[in-house]
Design a protein around this ligand. Structure first.
Ligand code: GLU
Length: 305
């Protein structure tokens, strides 16, 4: 049994949306901080009270630690980003992570209650297995292979693999235009690197993070970066004079929240939050990705298996 009190009613969502129009980006704030200045409701909704989740080892661990430890990305603008100037974490995934923390009764604006750990794609499963983090929110595609080691709540977002190229590149027009002479950069342990190896003759260069790949693209050391279009759009938006997306997406990536394997009580808690929290989801989407060109439709969650 669980008891949560959500105060994410229409007025709070409206206030959140107002806050985001007032100061969409670059608002200085503490890490995990207030979402738009004094008095505004945070976009992720109110902090729940009297939460209990029975038979959840993850929730028991959180309760005894007195804080939530979340795994995130911090170099993916629009999704999971640590602003080097303000020290503020931003993005759709970060706000989803905050929404979960708030729903568990932990205030994301209180840095002693929610801690973030940046974890690269290749190290996510192990971080969950080790218990280094309580859950992971960071462009993490649900796959059967990963489900052998961990569990997922969601999906909470859909995107597809794409290609990022130099703005003046007219040769690469999509996956099928890649040849044995094309050098494509992606990230170790990701689904896109595997797919580009399996489905194209391209030469593949790999790094721990996508921002490293983007640097190589800007320096002319690689011809393209491949990963989810939602991620690539964030990099393109930061440098539209030099970067563009080439062609159409060629996979379906379904983002889930990574959890300790078999914690079905925690999985159900997060899935229920996603199912019942459409307005909060929409507000988080609009704030972070509304202007990005990606689809703003919330997917239905998978049944707990
Ligand atoms: N969604 C893909 C994956 O989970 C690529 C993005 C990432 O590496 O986080 O592998």
């Amino acid at each position: 049994m669980r008891k949560t009190r959500f105060l994410a009613g229409a007025s709070i969502i409206a206030a959140g949306l107002l806050a985001l129009t007032a100061c969409n980006s670059g608002t200085p704030g503490a890490e995990g901080g207030s979402e738009g200045g004094s008095g505004d409701a945070p976009v992720y909704g109110a902090v729940a009270t009297d939460v209990t989740i029975e038979n959840s080892p993850t929730f028991d661990k959180i309760q005894s630690a007195g804080k939530v430890v979340v795994g995130v990305k911090e170099d993916q603008p629009g999704l999971g980003y640590l602003d080097p100037v303000t020290g503020e974490r931003k993005g759709f995934d970060v706000d989803v992570a905050r929404w979960i923390a708030a729903s568990l009764g932990y205030d994301p604006a209180d840095t002693s209650k929610v801690e973030y750990k940046a974890i690269a794609s290749a190290n996510r499963e192990q971080a969950l297995i080790n218990g280094d983090i309580d859950y992971y929110v960071g462009t993490y595609s649900i796959t059967d292979k990963r489900k052998e080691q961990i569990s997922f709540a969601g999906p909470y977002f859909l995107t597809g693999q794409g290609l990022l190229v130099a703005a003046d590149n007219d040769t690469i027009t999509g996956k099928d235009s890649l040849t044995a002479e094309t050098t494509v950069c992606s990230v170790t342990g990701s689904t896109p690197i595997q797919r580009i190896r399996e489905q194209t003759p391209a030469q593949v260069v790999e790094f721990d993070t996508y921002s490293q790949c983007v640097e190589k693209l800007k320096n002319g050391e690689v011809d393209a970066v491949t990963t989810d279009e939602a991620i690539l759009l964030g990099y393109a938006a930061q440098d539209p004079d030099n970067l563009k997306i080439a062609g159409e997406p060629f996979s379906e990536e379904r983002y889930g929240v990574g959890l300790a394997k078999g914690d079905t009580a925690f999985q159900e808690f997060v899935n229920t939050m996603f199912t019942d929290g459409g307005e909060t989801w929409q507000a988080i989407f609009e704030k972070n990705l509304g202007a990005s060109g990606v689809s703003g439709e919330q997917p239905a969650v998978d049944p707990v298996s």
